[in-house]
Design a protein around this ligand. Structure first.
Ligand code: CAA
Length: 379
């Protein structure tokens, strides 16, 4: 067992660390406050090849492994989870889904611009009445011969307003339940497709989350992904990788808050000495560091399994369940270590605390991860 990153992985991690420090940190507080999408920063992430990291070079990607991807997610999320969620969704849900299951036509037309960072994509599964219960799709895709007629509403869609390409899950044969679901590629601008107002969120406020409405949208048949009825499996397989990305995001949020708390504890004095010299603070830091390292091991292992071509269903859900809890626990403690300063925006930790919460909700709540894990271990 080798706990060592390759030269290339170390370089990629450093590049992401530099990017986060120099390109994401300036303005991150303002973007959070004004709910401003990090458009310029995302464009640069695309130029660096971070939006299609695991896609083969043939389709415009960087051809890297999943471990490199989680290293990048971790570093970006230490500073700006609103930017890193764009990286996560584009890489794990959209590009992966298209490369693994799309037709040659779909890869050439849609994957290339997405993987090379010229466009961003969105993954549209959740609905007003179908979040955790993903088989209950109310959005319908009626087969009309050479096209499908799409009707319905999707909720809480990351990149909802800024994406150009949307992977939309919809029900074609209700009598077949989940076996009648399909996944479609929908382009922004298709007639009948509209985007609702941006959600006003507690955390990841810079990210672009919208409802989407489909009103008799004609989707060409060639835009269906896979065989008729493959949509639910497509969503599940794609989300498995997505969970590793969000686990890495949670890890990064925790690590970012911990690094701030550590630095603050060394320089802030009380009762005549740095607060890190008080055991009550030193022990908090010890617990935070230990939890983060344990989360890191789970996240890296899940990515490693993916790179080996082995099953990562269990490992990915464990990584997400645990890392997102660590993100919550550590960010709350980081605010506590900062005392009153932790409660004001300039010190960054309150934002990280708010951002942490979504990692227990999106791409499957913690309870969904417990369901997946329990099914795997009881099988
Ligand atoms: N891989 C392949 N197939 C899978 C699978 C997997 N990981 N998980 C389930 N399936 C298959 C099953 O084998 C079954 O197929 P068969 O009938 O052919 O055997 C079918 O899917 C139905 O599975 P279940 O009976 O297990 O379905 P269920 O309803 O009991 O539970 C669930 C499924 C795990 C709860 C699922 O609904 C789920 O993951 N829900 C959470 C959805 C989610 O993560 N939503 C997040 C939205 S996306 C998002 O947040 C993106 C963003 O913007 C950031």
């Amino acid at each position: 067992m080798l706990f060592q990153l390759s030269e290339e992985q170390l370089m990629i991690r450093q590049a992401a660390r530099d990017f986060a420090e120099h390109e994401l940190k300036p303005g991150v507080i303002e973007r959070d406050e004004k709910q401003k999408f990090p458009a310029e920063q995302v464009a640069k992430l695309g130029e660096l090849g971070f939006l299609g990291m695991m896609v083969s070079e043939q389709y415009g990607g960087s051809g890297l492994d999943a471990l490199s991807y989680v290293l990048v997610m971790e570093e970006l999320s230490k500073i700006d989870a609103s930017a890193s969620v764009v990286v996560s969704v584009n890489n794990s849900l959209v590009c992966y889904g298209l490369e693994a299951y799309g037709s040659e036509f779909q890869k050439e037309k849609y994957l290339v611009p997405l993987a090379s960072g010229q466009q961003i994509g969105a993954f549209c599964l959740s609905e007003p009445e179908a979040g955790s219960d993903a088989t209950s799709q109310h959005t319908t895709a009626e087969d009309k011969g050479d096209y499908y007629l799409l009707n319905g509403t999707k909720n809480w869609i990351t990149n909802g307003g800024t994406a150009s390409t949307y992977l939309v899950i919809a029900q074609t044969h209700p009598e077949l339940k989940h076996k009648g679901i399909n996944a479609f590629i929908v382009e922004k601008g298709m007639e009948g497709f509209s985007v609702g107002p941006k959600e006003n969120k507690m955390g990841i406020r810079g990210s672009d989350t919208h409802s989407l409405m489909f009103d008799d949208v004609k989707v060409p048949k060639e835009n269906r992904i896979g065989e008729d009825g493959f949509g639910f499996k497509f969503a599940m397989k794609t989300l498995e990788g997505g969970r590793i990305g969000i686990a890495a995001q949670a890890l990064g949020i925790a690590a970012g808050a911990y690094e701030l708390a550590l630095a603050y504890a060394k320089q802030r004095k009380s009762f005549g000495k740095p607060i890190s010299d008080h055991q009550v603070i030193a022990f908090k830091l010890a617990d935070m560091a230990t939890q983060i390292e344990a989360a890191r091991m789970l996240v890296y292992k899940a990515a490693w399994l993916k790179d080996q071509g082995l099953s990562y269903t269990l490992a990915g859900s464990m990584a997400k369940l645990y890392a997102s809890k660590v993100a919550m626990d550590v960010t709350v403690e980081a605010v506590q270590v900062h005392g009153g300063y932790g409660f004001v925006k300039e010190y960054h930790v309150e934002r990280l605390m708010r951002d942490a919460k979504i990692t227990q909700i999106y791409e499957g709540t913690s309870e969904i991860q417990q369901l997946v894990i329990s099914r795997e271990i009881l099988r």
